[in-house]
Structure formats: C-alpha cells, structure tokens
Design a protein around this ligand. Structure first.
Ligand code: S3P
Length: 173
C-alpha cells in the first residue's frame, strides 16, 4: 500500500486566510479540502467556543491533536489547521514526520493588521474574545518562531489574492 499523505498542510495565525487559501489550493490541485476546526465541530457536535467553555482548552487541544493525526495518514487532499495546533507537541512532532515523508507544511505569514481585522470579524474564536488585537499579537510572538521553524514553505500573503497565494503553494506540491 502506498503511503497516502496530504498534498499540503496549511498553518498560521487566526485570520491568516488558511481556510480560504486552503480551499483554493485544493481547487487548483483538484483534490479534497479539510479544515481541522470544522472536523472537530462535526465530530463533537459542538461549536468551538462551547468546547472551550465546557471542557477547557486542554481537552480541545487533545481532540484537535487526535483529529489532525488522523488526517496525516490516509488523506491525500489539502488540510488547514487551527492556528494554535502546531503548539501542541504531538501535532508538531507529527508534522515533522510528515515533512520527512515528503509533505509540504505551508506557513501563511499574513500582515498582522489584516489578519487581526479578519480574525475579529468572526465570533468563533474564543482565544481572541475581548481585546483581540492585543491577544493576537501576544500569540503571534509566541507562535511565529515555531511556525517558521516547522514549515518547509513560507508564503507571505500581503498584496496577494487568496488564489495567488494558493498557486504559490500548489506549485511546490
Ligand atoms: C485557535 C484558532 C482557531 C481554533 C481555536 C483556537 C488558536 O482556528 O482552532 O479557536 O489557538 O489560535 P483559526 O486559526 O482557524 O482561527
């Protein structure tokens, strides 16, 4: 049996455009698209803010890790991850193994002001509730070095349409 792995995995901060650009990469490559947040919500039959509220971030991260590890084998489409996912050790280790197997982890590096504006528009981001800009910048400072170290492709999205950024990724796959 050939080793089936995703064509690309997209990481980056909330509001970086992972879902939109991931969908476009999948369209260009003519493969399926999955988003870890959507999979978590459908598996738990609960919206993400409610998972955080009722079960806490720790449990959310455990579910998230389980969902993502499940997709890293046997799925050959494009996968977008929730912004905090690579900060979980099991996810980070699994992404390193995925790269060793020939996978592409694309870090979408967005302009902070644009990403904050986009992320604040949705009410589905519990970690950014109240004081979104300050919290986003604090998380960015923590996560950016991890994203940059982990990814084997960095795509700067400023000044690009989602489709242009998607083509940058599709070209390397
Ligand atoms: C989170 C980002 C969210 C979602 C959850 C936690 C984070 O996904 O997984 O609210 O820790 O940054 P997006 O990056 O799609 O907003």
């Amino acid at each position: 049996m050939p080793n089936v792995i995703p064509k690309a995995v997209l990481i980056g901060m909330p509001g970086a455009g992972k879902t939109r650009i991931g969908q476009d990469v999948a369209t260009v490559l003519n493969v399926e698209f999955r988003d870890s947040d959507v999979e978590i919500e459908s598996r738990e039959r609960m919206r993400i803010p409610r998972i955080f509220e009722e079960r806490g971030e720790r449990e959310f991260r455990a579910i998230e890790s389980d969902v993502i590890l499940g997709f890293l084998h046997g799925f050959d489409g494009v996968l977008s991850l929730g912004g905090g996912a690579p900060m979980t050790e099991s996810v980070c280790d699994a992404l390193e193994r995925y790269i060793d197997e020939g996978g592409v982890v694309a870090y979408l590096d967005a302009d902070p002001n644009e990403a904050i504006a986009r992320a604040s528009r949705s009410g589905n981001r519990p970690l950014l509730a109240d004081g979104a800009a300050r919290k986003w910048r604090r998380l960015y400072a923590e996560r950016r070095p991890v994203f940059e170290h982990l990814a084997n492709l960095i795509v700067h999205t400023k000044g690009k349409t989602p489709m242009q950024a998607a083509k940058n990724i599709a070209d390397t796959v």
